[in-house]
Every structure is written in C-alpha cells, then in structure tokens.
Design a protein around this ligand. Sequence first.
Ligand SMILES: CC(C)(COP(=O)(O)OP(=O)(O)OC[C@H]1O[C@@H](n2cnc3c(N)ncnc32)[C@H](O)[C@@H]1OP(=O)(O)O)[C@@H](O)C(=O)NCCC(=O)NCCS
Length: 171
Amino acid sequence: MGYSTREAKVQDVPAITRIYNQGIEDRVATLETRLRTEDEMKDWLLNRSEKNKVLVIEDENNNVYGWASLNIFNSRCCYSGIADISIYIERQMRGKGLGKILLTSLIKTAKEQGFHKMVLSTFKYNEAGQRLYKAMGFREVGTYIRQGMLDGKWVDVTIMEKHLLDDVTSK
Ligand SMILES: CC(C)(COP(=O)(O)OP(=O)(O)OC[C@H]1O[C@@H](n2cnc3c(N)ncnc32)[C@H](O)[C@@H]1OP(=O)(O)O)[C@@H](O)C(=O)NCCC(=O)NCCS
C-alpha cells in the first residue's frame, strides 16, 4: 500500500479529531487530557494563517491515517520564523513508517513557507517520537523538569529543534 501526504481539508476534521483524541488517551504525546470535539478541531484547522499548514497522510483509497501541523511557536513577531510542530499517527498504524513520510513532508513544507527552524516538545519516555525526531535530524536542546502533570504525576518535557537553512548545530 502506498501513502501520500497533502494539505488537510475541512473534510478531514473527523479523522484529525479521532487521531488526536487517540494521542490524548494514550498519554504518550501531550499534557492535554480533555478529548476534543470535531467543532473544536474544525475551528483549529480553519483559523490558522496560510503558512501554519496542516498536512495529512492517506493511503491510495483516501483513508487518512495521520496529521502533522506547523503551529505558532510564539506570537511575538521576532519568532515568526520558528514553527512548533505536532504529529499524530492513527493508533493501529504506528510503527509502519508513516511518521517518517509525514514528517519528511512537513519539513519540506516548513522550508517552502519560509520557516528557518522547527521546534517540538516531547516526553522523555515517548520512544517512537524520540527515534523519529532523531532520525529526521532534530537535536535535543534540553529537558524541562516537572513541566506538567498527567494523571497526578509530574512529567518532564524534552525540547528539540531542527534548523532548516543549514546545520548550524555542528558548527
Ligand atoms: C510518534 C509517532 C508520530 C511516530 O510515527 P510512527 O509512524 O509510529 O513512526 P515510524 O514508523 O515512522 O518510525 C519512526 C522511528 O521510530 C521508531 N519506532 C516506531 N515505533 C516505535 C516504538 N513503538 N518503540 C520504539 N521505536 C519506535 C522506528 O523504528 C523509527 O526509528 P528508526 O528510524 O531509528 O528505526 C507515532 O508513533 C504517534 O503518532 N504516536 C502517538 C502520538 C505522538 O507520540 N506524537 C508525537 C508527540 S511528541
């Protein structure tokens, strides 16, 4: 089965909502615990600037299995060249290479939109996420200790970055 990526459309909102809620339920990806409604995710999708794209990954039958987004890192205009990213793959489809396809496409899109850097936050124990990001050239910046609470337990959050203009991290 072949997979391809494209920009998300409003018709993708049910799939985007389902996949995001799986990520919330699984407690590996986000400090959010409140499941989202389709109306909330529709607002999220439609009220974004042109450069803050959302991509989906689908199979040849147009079944959507994941989404990824270029989010605002910080609303101050001095940070407008930095994209904070999210990526979620359907629970049953994880570990099959879809994350790599989708993130490759998101990196290309970020470059096209003029971002110079992508950043993300990830839990230390999110092994699939950490391996995906490292494989795609993200470097670990550091870890916030006790950055949030999840089900009554403190969670440490690791920050990672990928430079898009050139690899300044090795200089
Ligand atoms: C994290 C996530 C996006 C990765 O996408 P994926 O399609 O599952 O990952 P891929 O199959 O493309 O594999 C990417 C890398 O992760 C590794 N990997 C995948 N699943 C893994 C697992 N369960 N445990 C350990 N490593 C795993 C792969 O081996 C590969 O690493 P490699 O290149 O060093 O071999 C996906 O698992 C997901 O949506 N998880 C839940 C939501 C989430 O955690 N989002 C990220 C929040 S920071």
